[in-house]
Design a protein around this ligand. Sequence first.
Ligand code: GDP
Ligand code: GDP
Length: 438
Amino acid sequence: MSLPIVAIIGRPNVGKSTFVNRLAGVQTAIVHDEPGVTRDRTYLPAYWCDREFTVVDTGGLIFNDDTEFLPMIRQQAMAALADASAAILVVDGKYGMTPSDEEIAEWLRVQKVPVMVAVNKCESPDQGLVQAAEFWSLGLGEPFPISAIHGNGTGELLDKLISHLPANVDASDTDEIKVAIIGRPNVGKSSLLNAFVGEERAIVSPISGTTRDAIDTHIERNGQKYRIIDTAGIRRKKHIEYGTEFFSINRAFKAIRRSDVVLMVIDALDGVTDQDQKLAGRIIEDGRACIIVVNKWDAVEKDSHTIYEYEKDLQERLHFTEWADVIFTSALTGQRVEKILELVMTAAEEHKRRVSTSVINEVLEEALRWHSPPVSRSGKQGKIYYGTQVTTAPPTIALFVNESKRFNDNYRRYIERQFRQQLGFKGTPIRLLWRSKA
Ligand code: GDP
Ligand code: GDP
């Protein structure tokens, strides 16, 4: 299930990150506790009332003068806006309106997403209304005075915001597995798609997806339905122009977010590239199941070491091969192409699998018996009281401990390895949340 996205836009220093942190609230601590998640993550889970959504901060840009940073902000903002259901333009009520605010607003006015204006740094409610008033002229509707630091005014803004969000789409199509085929241009994505589709032409029906201009393709094998995400993006031939790569990687990010399972396609002749690593990072961050498809295997001159060498390269360059299946295929000859869908099915099942609390605690007890948590120099030791799986897709296990800081990365990895060895979860990332009791 993918949550609606809210893009936070504005020039530097208006308080975007402060605002995002406030929206993400309690969850931030947890997010940072997840192993394997990059620290500078820009997508954060947030909720208001009973509505969940994802906030994306377009910040992190530091430039000194307006003329230089505007195009950059716009590019960031465009990327964030591409898949957002709503946007919040943050401006600085204390400083007042600037030409950059006006320029950003002018651009936002022609976008198709609903936009709200948050006039930040309005600590005093009365004065806030006055400070906010001048931002009516941005032409984006009522400006909301808020204080990201103290939280004043954010309630009204969020009430309005959730009225713009689409209803949480709970998977009515749960029997369908959503698959994203991603990878650099020319690795063979469209050829793979054709190979899947060619088999059973009759039931292929491209229908419009939920996102504008994303076309999904439906296929079926042995009674299992698969929805291949954004096949328009796969088929579209790259017309060379400025920024193509930027948009294609964004398109891939978007497809990843809509999928259950990602087919990460790598060209056997090129091996793993930097862009593949970037895509891999995003797959883990978004918690999607994944299968690594090394395509064009027919074109590789092989001897008995070749597969071994490839696997070694993958392991070194993509840190998640510990759990993702790797398959060597040829879209050209059809070799092992059908096997991909079998792996997809297994990965999707594992991604959604639930393990009982008693089993989790058996694994924990065993793990603790073999290797007890580290003791600090002052004699304090980490204690794990119990664990339970709090959610699926990806499987997420909360561990209730005395103090999460007592557990170093090594120990965390050890526990994660134990879960993997005992519980499997082949094909899906798993998350451990270390929650301090005190
Ligand atoms: P960003 O660059 O837009 O992400 O801005 P930051 O969140 O980093 O904030 C920029 C500065 O504005 C920091 O010094 C914050 O402490 C300050 N700031 C953020 N929100 C508020 C607020 O609600 N009131 C006041 N007075 N200052 C704020
Ligand atoms: P995309 O840009 O990732 O969609 O890649 P395409 O499917 O358009 O393939 C790019 C080129 O690689 C085309 O010339 C294909 O014929 C070729 N190709 C794709 N898959 C294979 C394969 O398995 N083996 C070989 N030898 N060539 C392939």
